[in-house]
Design a protein around this ligand. Structure first.
Ligand code: GLU
Length: 446
């Protein structure tokens, strides 16, 4: 059977880098196995789900390079969820309960006081038709619990290895609320079964749902998918990431000028046995990332690491990859400018500052003896058109004429020409600045 994976965010906020980790691990796995990637929007929580967040998810995934083969919305699949619930009812695996939260809490406390595990006691299983009718006459609507089998559930997790859960030690989970709405558990299984999902790759915060979900798959007559629960990504202070806070959202990283491949590389390589490195394409990343290389401990996101990765990636970007963006920023100078400045950039957008320094005007704090030195240097600039090695021949002449060398030679030249003490090689900058502007700057006229 060919591989089918799904990424199933709820559209209740913008995707953050931790969501990107899950999405990418799915996408890269599908890539590696020639499989399909489904985006399932878990939008059954009508109060918190928003269409604009759903659109943003599609857009942010596309920015990362993920284009789903299929997009489905759970809100449009109610029939499938209802059919699954009916099937479970027919098998007597879904039963109505009428306890109020207060009643359940009282019972739980009593169990704890007696040193018993606080597991739902299945009292509702012994209700008669008359009891149920009486509750409903009181206006109570039932919530529905799934009857777990008293057995061990095992699975071979692609991240965590062999897993073993004694489902008998869990409470029968509520699948349908009193108002008739579904909790996440059943629709997720019904959709995975219906869409032929072969691998469920998700964060380890879902590991506790898995034994129950495996039982539901089996009760529905479906083969459970293979599961992989990856370690979570946490912020530097150790706190988890949340869609609701907007922290480290893909949007904000994009607005801050990070390259999608820097974000993608970091999102999947931290917390793994692979070294964190900038990888140029998702295809290349698919060859490196493997679920069994992820570590078990949470992965800590360090913003400084993202800056470093972005810098390394930008330093290697060919002109073709950025020409359109440079153009949009009003940056000229073509390939020569790009090759000159890229080693000095953390972000592509930093190129704008260097372009302004090429275009001028440039204000340089030149004082004292340097004034006369620079006047001399200006007089030694060769006539147009300049040869390719104009910088070397000019600096050679300035050195001979003034007797200066080292810092005393280069610092004032750089400062006068670019306005700052450090930056791209002057050899590459001088031809971009051109003779006319160079003379003005060296003579203190702009
Ligand atoms: N909507 C769920 C979530 O965002 C999906 C979990 C799953 O992948 O099964 O946590």
């Amino acid at each position: 059977m060919s591989v089918t994976v799904r990424f199933a965010p709820s559209p209740t906020g913008y995707l953050h880098i931790g969501n990107a980790r899950t999405a990418l691990l799915n996408w890269l796995f599908a890539r590696r196995h020639g499989g399909r990637f489904i985006l399932r929007l878990d939008d059954t929580d009508t109060e918190r789900s928003r269409p604009e967040f759903a659109d943003a998810i599609v857009e942010d995934l596309a920015w990362l390079g993920i284009v789903p083969d299929l997009i489905v919305r759970q809100s449009e699949r109610r029939d499938i969820h209802d059919a699954a619930a009916d099937r479970l009812r027919g098998l007597d695996r879904l039963y109505p309960c009428y306890e109020t939260p207060e009643e359940l809490e009282r019972r739980r406390k009593r169990q704890l006081a007696r040193h018993q595990p606080p597991v739902y006691d299945r009292a509702a299983r012994s209700l008669t038709d008359a009891d149920r009718a009486a509750f409903e006459a009181e206006g109570r609507q039932p919530h529905w619990r799934f009857l777990l089998e008293d057995r061990a559930v095992t699975w071979d997790d692609l991240c965590r290895g062999a897993q073993h859960y004694a489902a008998g030690s869990l409470s029968d989970p509520v699948l349908i609320r009193g108002d008739g709405s579904y909790l996440y558990t059943l629709p997720s299984v019904a959709d995975d079964a219906d869409l032929g999902v072969t691998h469920v790759i998700r964060g380890e915060d879902h590991v506790t749902n898995t034994a129950v979900q495996i039982e539901i798959f089996e009760a529905l007559g479906a083969t459970p998918p293979v599961f992989a629960h990856h370690n979570l990504l946490v912020a530097a202070g150790g706190e988890g990431l949340s869609k609701r806070t907007g922290a480290l959202s893909l949007r904000s990283l994009r607005a801050d000028g990070y390259e999608p491949m820097a974000v993608a590389s970091l999102a999947v390589l931290i917390g793994s046995s692979e070294s964190v490195q900038p990888v140029a394409s998702l295809d290349a990343l698919a060859g490196i990332v493997a679920l069994d290389k992820l570590s078990r401990a949470p992965a800590t996101f360090d913003p400084a690491e993202l800056v470093g990765l972005n810098h390394r990636l930008v330093t290697d970007l060919p002109y073709d990859a950025v020409a359109g963006r440079l153009d949009e920023m009003g940056i000229g100078g073509g390939e020569a400018f790009w090759l000159a400045v890229r080693p000095n950039l953390d972000k592509v957008s930093d190129a704008l500052d260097w372009w302004r320094r090429v275009e001028g005007p440039v204000a340089a704090p030149i004082t004292g003896e340097d004034r006369a030195f620079l006047e001399t240097a200006a007089g030694l600039l060769p006539a147009d058109p300049w040869p390719d090695d104009v910088y070397a021949s000019w600096v050679g002449a300035v050195k001979r004429e003034t007797g200066r060398s080292g810092k005393a030679l280069f610092r004032p030249l750089r400062l006068a020409l670019t306005g700052v003490e450090h930056g791209p090689e002057l050899k590459a900058m001088l031809p971009l600045i051109g003779r006319e502007k160079a003379i003005l700057r060296l003579t203190g006229k702009g």
